[in-house]
Ligand binder design. Structure first.
Ligand code: TRP
Ligand code: SF4
Length: 353
């Protein structure tokens, strides 16, 4: 079953990758993340790492999508501010650099809301209703009313987020492709009515290494199978010990199959490559026990996480300074966004104030 799901994702990924081959002339990158909790290794390898790489090649804007977060959690916003601060710490600790990228908070740049409103005038509701992500979420989250105006308009707000900076490249996960497709359609429609104001944004799909959750499924907060950047050394040790391995191995001498073992996919990322080869062989020959193998991984994983964890804690001891970095970023973002909005108002023939 697991293999089947993986290969479906692989196939989808391949089609998407072929359609959107890596853009050569990246000028401006933009992406966002909803502050729904602390960042885990899946988020790091799936998104942050790519963002950091792209920030070295092009101008970049990254923001905390707090308005998007409440499209689904509008009934309980009590943790919104704290989650936002935690995300700030995660981003900086993981290596996003405010000297290189404009880092900001969506709700601090009100221009996004104005553009969202203007775009909402031209987006046919049926485009939004046929959005597969929308349909899927409606089916999956039965515990709350999701047929809200705001949630239906999620991709419209997301489009405003992107085009207000005239970003050409949007690093996202494969699950966001339908949203990006919609953004491209909305952009074309706007430009057709009001002139070539916005470039059509292209998704940028990174081939993230496969990092399953502790139970072998996709790492996801809702499955409770994550390793967080903020996890303590002991937590990491405990979690690694609980990871699923090759079910065929009962005794240490049973020959193993590293290709089906989650612990091994972690080794491939966190252990030196010569050692990975040795582990692979020893596992196949039944010469290494899973407990020993896991201890070794926990050690290497902790060497990777320790500096991030320490930086994170340090940042959180002075929250004002941390938040100031995002205030400054939001100011820079506002400069660009307000210029675009002037252009948009003119193109749409509003009487100037
Ligand atoms: N929808 C994105 C997600 O859930 C977050 C997001 C909001 C975003 N606005 C964006 C991503 C604009 C890229 C560009 O991951
Ligand atoms: Fe997985 Fe390591 Fe056990 Fe092999 S020895 S099954 S790679 S944990």
């Amino acid at each position: 079953m697991k293999e089947m799901i993986l290969s479906n994702v692989d196939r989808e990924m391949k089609i998407a990758l072929e359609k959107y081959e890596e853009p050569k002339d990246i000028k401006r990158v933009l992406s966002g993340m909803r502050p729904t909790g602390k960042i885990h290794l899946g988020n790091y390898f799936g998104a942050l790492k790519t963002w950091i790489e792209l920030s070295k090649r092009a101008e970049s804007f990254f923001f905390i999508a707090d308005w998007h977060a409440i499209t689904t959690s509008y009934h309980n916003t009590s943790e919104l501010a704290e989650n936002t601060v935690q995300m700030m710490a995660d981003w900086l600790a993981a290596g996003l650099d405010p000297e290189r990228s404009v880092l900001f908070v969506q709700s601090w740049v009100k221009e996004h809301a104005e553009l969202h409103l203007l775009l909402s005038m031209i987006v046919p509701v049926r485009w939004l209703e046929r959005n597969p992500t929308y349909k899927e979420m409606m089916e999956n989250l039965k515990d709350r009313e999701l047929a809200t105006y705001g949630f239906l308009g999620y991709p419209v707000l997301q489009t405003a987020d992107i085009v207000i900076y005239k970003a050409d490249t949007v690093p996202v996960g494969i699950d966001q492709i339908p949203h990006l497709e919609l953004s491209r359609e909305i952009t074309r429609r706007f430009n057709r009515f009001f002139g070539e104001i916005f470039p059509e944004p292209r998704p940028y799909l990174s081939e993230a290494p496969k990092l399953p959750g502790l139970d072998g499924r996709k790492m996801s907060k809702s499955y409770g199978n994550c390793i967080y950047l903020s996890d303590s050394e002991e937590e990491v040790n405990k979690k690694v010990m609980s990871m699923v391995t090759d079910p065929a191995r009962v005794r240490k001498t049973d020959p193993g199959h590293p290709e089906v073992c989650s612990v091994f996919s972690y080794h491939k990322i966190f252990s030196p490559s010569e050692r990975v080869k040795e582990i692979e062989e020893a596992c196949r020959k039944g010469e290494i026990g899973c407990v020993q193998c896991k201890r070794e991984l926990a050690k290497n994983l902790n060497s990777f996480l320790s500096p991030i964890r320490e930086k994170r804690e340090e940042l959180l001891t002075d929250r004002n300074t941390l938040i100031d970095i995002f205030r400054e970023g939001s100011r820079k973002a506002r400069e660009v966004a307000s210029q675009t909005m002037e252009e948009v108002r003119r193109a749409m023939n509003f009487l100037r104030e």
